[in-house]
Design a protein around this ligand. Structure first.
Ligand code: FAD
Length: 381
């Protein structure tokens, strides 16, 4: 009998793909992915999976800016480990879509306690008070990571397939159905199912997590080749600029808890244009030099002409934070047990914590696989 373990990963967003690649790289696993939405190269077509708001990953900015508070040491570790791992990817694999850039975080409030990552990230320096814009109490600059989301998702997918992984496009009604895909890769050992379905975990049978909720995010993609650094304003006038490295920048944004409206809101678009022009004059050609004496209406009208698209996405948030745990579930008809490891609910930090979460999932799946092999739990395929 083969000594290899099997895993079926449900979900092909950044978390499912990071997990599948990590399991596969251990060489001890046969891995397949089952997902309703799968990254594709054709982001412009309306038929592209990348245009569906049914999943979060295509809609992120994305950049690395710590979400964890100074008290949340667990999430800090996930974000920092991923920061370090992504720095390495940026250096060694530029085709991945990950690169470094100067980052600036501007805080409207400051208790006197510096953000935890000030002492951890590369090239970190406080911005002198006299250089801070109006309404800002504390500023930090450092080297951050830019993630060109469509490119990075396709890079992860291609890497998985190239190493022999299979991806099945399918929507599951119940998590147990995932075990049915295991026999396609190897019937040697019971498969562990890994649930990386993001907001799908609300409706997925056998999971039905009532603690999940969306945080709606509206963003605008603009043509802005002169914007080179990320700038984030934290506070009441929350806004950010993320250059994508291809001459466009993602500017945002909104964070509306519990809102499922997928139609772009025109007022929010105007608000985003105005706030981000305040943050980064280089969104316009010539920057401050050219536009200094112009009114905000003139500047906004100029940036409006540079709009490529207005987008809405839903961050998969969860009361209590990410669900990461191993569980034994039972098949609805036969009542046979099978093993599941959950990893979903990454709200607005899925990219910047993905590699560390994948590492933790790998350890849980390995433990479960070994236990299942010795007890026979999961031999129901
Ligand atoms: C506007 C915006 C800005 C963001 N900015 C950042 C940022 O700067 N940095 C950062 O780190 N993060 C950011 N995020 C957050 C990030 O996008 C998410 O945390 C991340 O994409 C979540 O990934 P996921 O794989 O868990 O979920 P998803 O991307 O939602 O993927 C879920 C997968 O599960 C599949 N699935 C679901 N249900 C089923 C089912 N029943 N059967 C089969 N398949 C199923 C889906 O098809 C999909 O493949 C942002 C998000 C938004 C919306």
């Amino acid at each position: 009998m083969s000594k290899r373990h099997q895993a079926v990963v449900v979900g092909a967003g950044v978390i499912g793909l990071a997990v599948a690649n990590r399991l596969q790289s251990s060489k001890g696993f046969d891995v397949c992915i089952v997902a309703e939405n799968i990254p594709d190269n054709d982001c412009t077509s309306d038929k592209s999976s990348m245009r569906s708001t049914a999943w979060a990953s295509p809609w992120a900015g994305a950049h690395w800016r710590a979400w964890s508070s100074n008290q949340d040491t667990q999430l800090q570790k996930m974000e920092l480990d991923t920061y370090l791992a992504m720095l390495d990817v940026a250096q060694k694999e530029p085709s991945s879509g990950i690169s470094t850039a100067p980052g600036i975080d501007l805080f409207e409030e400051f208790s006197g306690e510096r953000p935890w990552y000030a002492a951890k990230v590369k090239d970190s320096a406080e911005i002198p008070q006299e250089n801070l814009p109006a309404g800002i109490r504390y500023g930090l600059q450092y080297t951050t990571l830019l993630i060109d989301v469509p490119r990075y998702l396709v890079y992860l997918k291609d890497k998985f397939i190239k190493a022999g992984g299979q991806i099945h496009k399918h929507k599951l009604s119940h998590i147990h159905e995932a075990t049915g895909f295991a026999s396609e890769i190897s019937a040697a050992r019971p498969a562990v199912v890994v649930n990386c379905t993001g907001l799908g975990s609300m409706e997925l049978g056998g999971v039905n997590d009532a603690n999940m909720y969306p945080i709606r995010g509206q963003t605008v993609v603009v043509h802005a080749p002169e914007a080179k650094c990320t700038v984030t304003r934290v506070g009441c006038l929350f806004s950010y600029v993320i250059p994508r490295g291809d001459g466009t920048a993602v500017i945002g944004g909104t964070a509306e808890r519990g809102c499922w409206d997928d139609r772009p809101d025109a007022q929010a678009t105007q608000m985003i244009l105005q706030r981000t022009l305040d943050l980064e004059p280089n969104l316009l050609p010539g920057g401050e030099r050219v536009w200094d004496n112009k009114s905000i209406n003139e500047k906004t009208a100029a940036l409006e002409k540079a709009i490529v698209s207005v987008n809405v996405g839903f961050r998969p948030a969860r009361e209590g934070g990410v669900c990461m745990q191993a569980q034994t579930l039972y098949a609805p008809a036969s009542d046979k047990p099978f093993s599941v490891v959950h990893c979903y609910g990454h709200a607005g930090y899925g990219y910047q914590s993905s590699i560390a979460f994948a590492e933790s999932v790998f350890r849980l799946v390995k433990e479960r696989s070994e236990a299942a092999y010795s007890t026979g739990v999961g031999n129901d395929v």
